[in-house]
Design a protein around this ligand. Structure first.
Ligand SMILES: O=C(O)[C@@H](CO)OP(=O)(O)O
Length: 248
């Protein structure tokens, strides 16, 4: 029932610099802003008019939704935000260069940290400059839920309650939902929607700024597995680029 549009934020400054980002609140690059605008134009072109927006509490997703909706003349839509849609917490890798990490630890360890389902990177220390411990934004989060690192399995666990409690009711009410989030929080949601197994999900990458449309059945399973990118050609190239990050 209903239509769900997933949108990964446009390129961030740290995407451009090749740094692990996670919960660090970096902004969009100029290219990322342009991708977000184009995302909005793609919505218009596909005649897709969301009724409500859900975002993470990170600037790059919030701004992407804002820019895209502004381009679609839908800047006035109601919006809900949750830390549960945040990017995967990248632990001690936050702020580190991907290519250097790959060189230092080798391809296998690098890819295990990036894409394995259940191996998190080492936790970040609370006094690390890239830690979020003590941030006001997370003050209402029970301390035991505040991550210091996450694997994709952890993201599935913390994202699903938001999906069921907040997004599904909007879809059940017949609303078209725009969900603006992140590479790995969207991988977690797509894994759930498409029923992808723990091993296969490692090969799935989400491009920046290209809306992905899912038409849903009454039980909120997709009518078509994998959904449909509004610009499939651009998505192909962009998926390849995400996959190859860290390779010089
Ligand atoms: O750095 C990150 O937080 C993510 C998304 O940009 O990177 P990756 O695709 O390597 O998981």
């Amino acid at each position: 029932m209903g239509t769900l549009v997933l949108l990964r934020h446009g390129e961030s400054v740290w995407n451009a610099e090749g740094l692990f980002t996670g919960w660090v609140d970096v902004d969009l690059s100029a290219k990322g802003e342009e991708e977000a605008r184009r995302g909005g134009e793609l919505l218009v072109g596909a005649d897709l008019r969301p009724d409500i927006v859900h975002t993470s509490v990170l600037r790059r997703a919030i701004r992407t939704a804002e820019i895209a909706l502004n381009a679609a003349d839908l800047h006035w839509l109601p919006v809900k935000r949750s830390w549960r849609l945040n990017e995967r917490h990248y632990g001690a890798l936050q702020g580190k260069n991907k290519a250097q990490t790959r060189e230092e630890y080798g391809e296998e360890q690098f890819m295990t940290w990036r894409r394995s389902f259940d191996t998190p990177p080492p936790p970040i220390a609370d006094d690390d400059q890239w830690s979020q411990a003590g941030e006001r934004r997370y003050a209402e989060l029970p301390p035991e839920l505040m991550p210091r690192t996450e694997c994709l399995a952890d993201v599935v666990d913390r994202m699903l309650p938001y999906w069921y409690d907040s997004v599904v009711p909007d879809l059940a009410a017949g609303r078209t939902v725009l969900l603006a989030a992140h590479g790995n929080s969207l991988r977690a949601l797509v894994k759930h929607l498409d029923g992808i197994d723990d091993a296969t999900i490692s090969g799935l990458n989400i491009p920046t700024g290209i809306p992905l449309r899912y038409e849903l059945n009454d039980d909120f399973t997709p009518r078509k597995k994998g959904g449909e990118y509004l610009d499939p050609e651009a998505a192909k190239d962009a998926i390849e680029a995400v996959k190859n990050q860290g390779k010089k």
